[in-house]
Structure formats: structure tokens, C-alpha cells
Write a protein that binds this ligand. Structure first.
Ligand code: C2E
Ligand code: MG
Ligand code: MG
Length: 737
């Protein structure tokens, strides 16, 4: 026996009865002996004579140990033991086999069936007692161990659970701390990167932290302001103690304050700002910090001022606009003094479009700004100057000196502006046309006065722009008609209201048609035919002639191509060019494109230039004409004799044909020197190797005289009136082949 087994005697291992033993034996003697033996030792002994009874009694009241006889009738000990072990309620009860025939395989079988020991018969009392005590003690110890194990397991389980709960709680805590830290970092980085200046102060207003935007706006690096009172950045001159008291009370009561205040930068500059101050409280609701943010309002104030300015001024010149002028005019209406003259003076630049065309819009703007300044310099401070549109300036002038005073202001303006303007790199001749309307005779409202002054100005321009024109009722009607035509002309090309008619030019010697002049015809829808003599000057004045002239060139070239293709019509067509076309830098390109698009040879096109248009900018005109001539286009000088050029002067221009103006032709045989003049012109032109065309030939006498003088070509009603393109070949025996 092992020492620990000794230690587990029934009395030592267990307080109270040493144990309960069931003795199972079919032999009465053995049964009695064992009961007696064990009973004496204080065991509670039960007995069963067979296996069935043994199983029944064990299930009813499990003993501490079973002594089981192996050999029994009906059910042997092995079977009883197997069944006991198979039932979980009884499996833990130690079973000791008793047998007289101890065979090796019996022992093995006994242990296999679950027995803990084997005692041979005849039984030795001491051995029985010892083994019973040992196994009961063992069983009890095992049970106690199992109990202990269960208790331990239970404790481990509850501890584990508690631990798991703690871990979960800790994890939650960690997660919320991480989240809080993240939030703090986020807030800190928002604070750092915010474009709005921000600061944090303690409860008393001592600065604890400022963000970079704050330093940038205020000029204080953190080191220069942390620790200082926040009033450092507030303009004390504008905010008194009362302001700060109110601010403190509002933050205390409402938790925040928003409002406008004036800040002071480190460099001393002040600026308005919109500020918000928020109170930060701890768990006890005591105020610990202030967080402040502010927004510089100076820029938006500047923008507001700019918007305000632009609403009432012309952005280009800075002059007041019509809205502001209307207000000022209302004041004039209210307090115009008796004897005071109020004049609305319209000043318009002549040929401003040419400046834009030559130098570009930037230069055009520069001119307008310069002009605005000049007009401003000429007028007394209480006058109002504004830009009505484009190159049109309007001045509202009040004068106690009557019309003489008005005239002297106009003189001042004209002497300033009828000049060569020289500004930065730009030098250009300028001139203005001036129209005047008087209040209240020429208009009761500002709009009516401006309209009257504009009409007078248009008349001044039509008259050459040198003298100012005062508005008059008659002017109103004529000028309104011109305005109306000007407006309609703008849409003439798009509306297809123009046509070209052709008038033959005949060889004076042979009478053959050599060429034709293309003459523009305009039929505005509801006005009927309008003469070129009437609308061409308006088209030139308004600049419409550029588009119309381009249309004429393309249409004439296309017509030449069509006649050539049909084998009919004149060999050459003369197209009239306006002086305004001649000064365009793109004239040669426009002509080249028209010829190229229609595919006509250059010698089938002639361009007629009036004498006066040659004199505008002589070197440039010579260059342009040379270029055109170089392209193979022939050039003819129209209306010769009406301008102031001399024949010798014309030598400088590459001109092929000279057209004697019809006024000379019609004067033949009517006026004394007419024949001599015509003869001289023809002779000199031939000297300069120019062919001569006589215009306006209406009589046979004229034809014969001109032919006799060697005039090359004749044009006039006698030879043929202008006709539409499709009528021309039939009328002149040039019908299609
Ligand atoms: P112009 O170039 O001198 O054209 C000749 C003008 O004399 C034409 O007037 C023509 O119809 C007219 N005429 C021709 N033969 C006679 C005649 O025997 N007796 C009389 N009394 N007149 C005759 P129209 O067509 O009215 O043109 C007037 C002016 O308008 C033209 O004078 C020309 O300067 C201008 N013009 C016509 N078409 C164009 C054009 O396409 N472009 C430009 N820029 N100007 C044009
Ligand atoms: Mg002509
Ligand atoms: Mg002519």
C-alpha cells in the first residue's frame, strides 16, 4: 500500500460514518461475514444476494463502495459491474470484486468492466477492511477533487467572464479614448489649417493658443501673443470698457457672442472684422476657456465700395453713369436758378472706329480715358460729365453767363480735343463733333435733352464736325430720319435689301461696251428705293459701309464670274470703294478673297476711288493702291475735279483711269470754260498715261465733243442707264451665247 492510501483511512478522510458499503454475494456466509466485519468498523452496510437487487439498491441509494462477488447465478459480477459503470449515476462508485477462483483473465476482465480492485476468497478481514477503506477514501478524494475541480472551473469561468467583461470595458474605454484623441487631433488640425484667424484664451482672456491664420492676419507670431490679454488685438480707441463689459456678460449668459469689432494688427493698422466668441465650460459648468474666430471684413467692405462705385460709374473712365447723372439732374430741376442756363452738351469723337481698327481696342480705351480726363479739365466742378455710349460723352453744364458761357465751355473742349493726342506710346489725330440742347426748351427730361443734343451732334458731324450745332426743331425731323436710316442700314445686308445694278462704259471711238460700273441699290422693305447719294454718307458715318462694301465686292466678283461662264456681259466691272474702306488694313485681303472665291482674273476688276479719299493719309494710301495694283486690279479715280488735288499731284498714285466728274460734262456748251477744262484734263491725263472716262454723258453733242478730244471711254444715260445684272446683257447685245 502506498503511503497516501494509508493516509486516507475512512475516519481520517471523512468525518462522521466511515462510509456506506453494499455487499453483493449469493453466499449467505460471505454476506454475513462481510456485513459483520464492516459493520464493526462503523461502516453502514447494505447487502444484496444477487445482481438484480444490487443494481436496484445502488440506483435507489448509491453507496460509497460495492463489494461484488464475481460468481453469482442469474447475473454474474462482471455484468453487474458493467451495468453500474454504464449508468452515469452509478459509474463513479468504486467496485471491488470478490472471488474464490482468481484467474488471471478474471482479473483482467474485472478491471476491464470497471472494477477498482479484486479480493480473493477466502477473505482476509484485514485486507478487506484495508482495501475498502482505501477505495472509499480514494473515491471520496476523487469526488472531492472533482468537486474542487468543478469549483475551480466555476471560479475560473466566473473570473474569466469577469476578466472578459473588464477587457471589453477596457477595449471600449480605449476605443473611446482613441476616438476622442482623434477628434482632438482633428480639431487641432482644423484649428491649425483654418483660413479664419482663431484663438483660445483662458477664462480671464489670456491668450493660450493662436492658429497660423491668426498670426498671418494680425502679424503676431504665437510667441509674441501667447500669455498676453486678447485685448492686444482689439482697437482700444474704438471699443470702450462698456463694450467689453457687454461682451463678457453676453458670453456668460448665452455661452457665445458674435458681432463686429475693429482689430489692430501688430503694425498698428486697424481693420473691421466679424468675430465670434464661444465659452468652453468644464463638467462643473465653470468657464475655463474662450474660443474665438474672426473674419476680416475690409475686403468685402472694399468690394462693397467697388460695387457701389460701379453701379454709379462707368468702369472704363470712372465718370458717373446715367443712373447717377439722372439723380444729379433731378437736383438741377429742383434748384435751377432764374437766369441760369442749363445745357446738355453731346461730344462725339470723329472716326473713333478707325482708331479701334488701326490700333486695337486697348488703344481705343486709352483714347476714351484720355478724352474723359480732358473734358473733365475743361468744365467747372459743379458740372457733370458722363459717357453716354461708346465714344459719346455728355456734359450737363450750368452757366450764369447765358449762351456765351456755354459757348466758351464748348470752345475749351474743342480746343483740347481737336488735336493730336499723345498718350504713352500712342499718337493719333483727334477731333470731335459737338451738339447742344438747352433745358427746358429742347427737352423737359434728361433723356429728351440727351436725344436732342445727340441729334444736334449728328448734324455737326455731317457738316464736317468743326462747328458745334445747337438743337432746333427742324433739325429734329431731318436728323431723326437719318437716325432711322442708319438703324435700318445695319440690317440691310442680312435682310438682302441690297442689289447691284450695272451701267455700261463704252469705247468712245468704236461704241463697244468695254466695261460696266457696279452701282449699289437699296430697297428697304417699307421705304422703297433710297438713293446711294443719301444712304452712302450715312453708311460711311456709322461704319456700316465696311460690311456693305465687302458685300458689294463679293457680289460684283461673283457676277463677273457668272457672266464669264455664260460668255456674256462686260469684260471688266468697276466697283466703287468708300474712303473708309480704303483706310482699312484688311482691304487688300478682302479684295483678294473676293477674286479668289469667284475665280476671276484680276484684270476683270476695277476699283473706283474718289479723289478726296486719296488725301487722308497719303503714304499709306499709296502703299495700299500699289499693293492692289500689284495684284493686277485696275484703279480709277472717280469724280475727278470735285476735290482739291492737282493733276501733277496724282502722279504719285498708280491710277489707270481718270473719270471726269459729270458736273464738267453737263457744263459743256453751257458754261464758258467747260470745254477748255475738259480738254485740259484729257490732255494732262494722257500725259500721265491715264485713260479718261467721262461720266454723265447725256447728249450726243457731249459724246461727239468728248470723242473728238480723245476721251477714251464714255458713261452716261446716253450710252445706257444702270440696269440689274440679268437685264444688262440683253439690253446691250451681250446675251448669253
Ligand atoms: P459715282 O460712282 O460717281 O456713280 C455715278 C453716278 O452717276 C451714279 O449714281 C449713276 O447712276 C449716275 N449717272 C450715270 N450716268 C448718269 C447720267 O447720264 N446722268 C446723271 N444725272 N447721272 C448719271 P448713283 O448710282 O446714284 O450713285 C451715286 C454715287 O453713290 C456714286 O457716284 C458713288 O459715289 C456712290 N456709290 C454707288 N454705288 C456705290 C458702291 O457700291 N459703293 C460705294 N462706296 N459708293 C457707291
Ligand atoms: Mg463711281
Ligand atoms: Mg462718279
Amino acid at each position: 500500500m502506498r503511503p497516501e492510501e494509508q493516509a486516507l483511512s475512512p475516519r481520517q478522510a471523512h468525518e462522521g460514518p466511515p462510509g456506506e458499503v453494499l455487499v453483493v454475494d449469493d453466499t449467505a456466509e460471505s454476506l454475513a461475514y462481510l456485513c459483520e466485519l464492516l459493520g464493526r468498523q462503523g461502516y453502514a452496510v447494505r447487502s444484496a444476494p444477487d445482481g438484480e437487487l444490487a443494481l436496484w439498491t445502488v440506483r435507489n441509494s448509491p453507496p460509497d463502495l460495492v463489494l461484488l462477488d464475481v460468481r453469482m447465478p442469474a447475473m454474474d459480477g462482471f455484468e453487474v459491474c458493467r451495468r453500474l459503470k454504464a449508468d452515469e449515476r452509478t459509474a463513479g462508485i468504486p467496485v471491488i470484486f470478490l472471488s474464490a477462483h482468481v484467474e488471471r483473465h478474471d482479473k483482467a476482465r474485472a478491471f476491464r468492466s470497471g472494477a477498482v480492485d479484486f479480493i480473493g476468497k477466502p477473505l482476509a478481514g484485514e485486507e478487506v477492511l484495508q482495501r475498502v477503506a482505501t477505495h472509499i477514501a480514494l473515491a471520496r478524494a476523487t469526488k472531492a477533487l472533482a468537486r474542487e475541480k468543478r469549483t475551480l472551473e466555476e471560479r475560473v469561468r466566473t473570473r474569466t467572464e469577469a476578466l472578459e467583461r473588464t477587457v471589453a470595458a477596457l477595449r471600449g474605454e480605449i476605443a473611446s479614448r482613441v476616438a476622442a484623441e482623434k477628434r482632438l487631433r482633428l480639431i487641432a488640425s482644423a484649428f491649425e489649417v483654418s483660413l479664419s484667424p482663431m484663438f483660445i484664451t483662458d477664462a480671464e482672456g489670456g491668450i493660450l493658443a493662436v492658429n497660423p491664420a491668426f498670426s498671418a492676419a494680425m502679424g503676431y507670431p504665437p510667441a509674441a501673443c501667447v500669455g498676453q490679454d486678447i485685448r492686444l488685438i482689439i482697437d482700444a480707441a474704438r471699443h470702450d470698457e462698456g463694450f467689453f463689459r457687454l461682451l463678457r456678460e453676453t458670453v456668460q449668459a448665452e455661452g457665445r457672442w458674435t458681432g463686429e469689432l475693429w482689430c489692430r494688427r501688430q503694425d498698428g493698422n486697424q481693420f473691421p472684422c466679424l468675430a465670434a466668441l464661444v465659452a468652453v465650460r468644464d463638467e462643473d459648468e465653470s468657464l475655463v476657456n474662450h474660443v474665438g474666430v474672426f473674419h476680416d471684413l475690409s475686403e468685402s467692405r472694399d468690394a462693397q465700395t467697388l460695387i457701389e462705385f460701379l453701379t454709379h460709374h462707368d468702369p472704363l473712365t470712372g465718370l458717373p453713369n446715367r443712373i447717377l447723372v439722372r439723380d444729379r439732374f433731378r437736383c438741377i430741376e429742383d434748384d435751377a436758378q432764374p437766369g441760369e442756363t442749363v445745357a446738355v452738351i453731346c461730344v462725339n469723337l470723329n472716326r473713333f472706329r478707325d482708331i479701334n481698327d488701326f490700333f486695337g481696342y486697348g488703344a481705343g480705351n486709352q483714347v476714351l480715358q484720355w478724352v474723359a480726363g480732358q473734358i473733365g479739365d475743361c468744365v467747372p466742378p459743379r458740372d457733370t460729365v458722363f459717357r453716354e455710349a461708346g465714344d459719346e460723352f455728355v456734359l450737363i453744364h450750368r452757366d450764369d453767363g447765358g449762351l456765351a458761357g456755354v459757348q466758351s465751355v464748348i470752345d475749351a473742349i474743342q480746343s483740347r480735343l481737336n488735336t493730336d493726342m499723345s498718350c504713352d506710346e500712342l499718337t493719333t489725330p483727334l477731333s470731335v463733333s459737338v451738339g447742344v440742347a438747352l433745358y427746358p426748351d429742347d427737352g423737359a427730361t434728361l433723356d429728351a435733352l440727351i436725344a436732342s443734343a445727340a441729334l444736334a451732334m449728328a448734324r455737326a458731324k455731317a457738316q464736317g464736325g468743326r462747328d458745334p450745332v445747337f438743337f432746333s426743331a427742324g433739325l429734329d425731323h431731318a436728323a431723326r430720319q437719318r437716325f432711322d436710316l442708319a438703324r435700318r442700314l445695319r440690317h440691310g445686308v442680312a435682310r438682302g435689301e441690297f442689289a447691284l445694278w450695272y451701267q455700261p462704259q463704252v469705247d468712245a471711238a468704236s461704241g463697244r461696251i468695254v466695261a460696266a460700273e457696279a452701282l449699289l441699290r437699296w430697297h428697304p422693305a417699307d421705304l422703297g428705293f433710297v438713293s446711294p447719294a443719301r444712304f452712302i454718307p450715312i453708311a460711311e458715318e456709322t461704319g456700316c459701309i465696311i460690311d456693305i462694301g465687302a458685300w458689294v465686292l463679293h457680289t460684283a466678283c461673283a457676277q463677273i464670274a457668272a457672266w464669264r461662264a455664260a460668255g456674256c456681259g462686260p469684260r471688266r466691272v468697276a466697283v466703287n470703294l468708300s474712303a473708309r474702306q480704303l483706310v482699312r488694313p484688311d482691304l487688300c485681303a478682302t479684295v483678294a478673297r473676293a477674286m479668289q472665291e469667284s475665280g476671276i482674273p484680276p484684270d476683270s476688276l476695277e476699283l473706283e476711288i474718289t479723289e478726296s479719299s486719296l488725301m487722308d493719309d497719303v503714304p499709306r494710301t499709296i502703299a495700299t493702291l500699289r499693293e492692289l495694283h500689284g495684284m493686277g486690279v485696275s484703279l480709277s479715280l472717280d469724280d475727278f475735279g470735285t476735290g482739291y488735288s492737282s493733276l501733277s499731284y496724282l502722279k504719285r498714285f498708280p491710277i489707270d483711269h481718270l473719270k471726269i466728274d459729270q458736273s464738267f460734262v453737263s457744263a459743256l456748251f453751257e458754261e464758258p470754260d467747260a470745254e477748255a477744262i475738259v480738254r485740259a484734263i484729257i490732255g494732262l491725263a494722257h500725259n500721265m498715261r491715264m485713260d479718261v472716262i467721262a461720266e454723265g454723258v447725256e447728249t450726243d453733242a457731249q459724246r461727239r465733243f468728248l470723242a473728238a478730244q480723245g476721251c477714251d471711254l464714255l458713261q452716261g444715260y446716253l450710252l445706257g442707264k444702270p440696269l440689274p445684272a440679268d437685264a444688262f446683257p440683253h439690253a446691250h447685245g451681250h446675251a448669253p451665247r
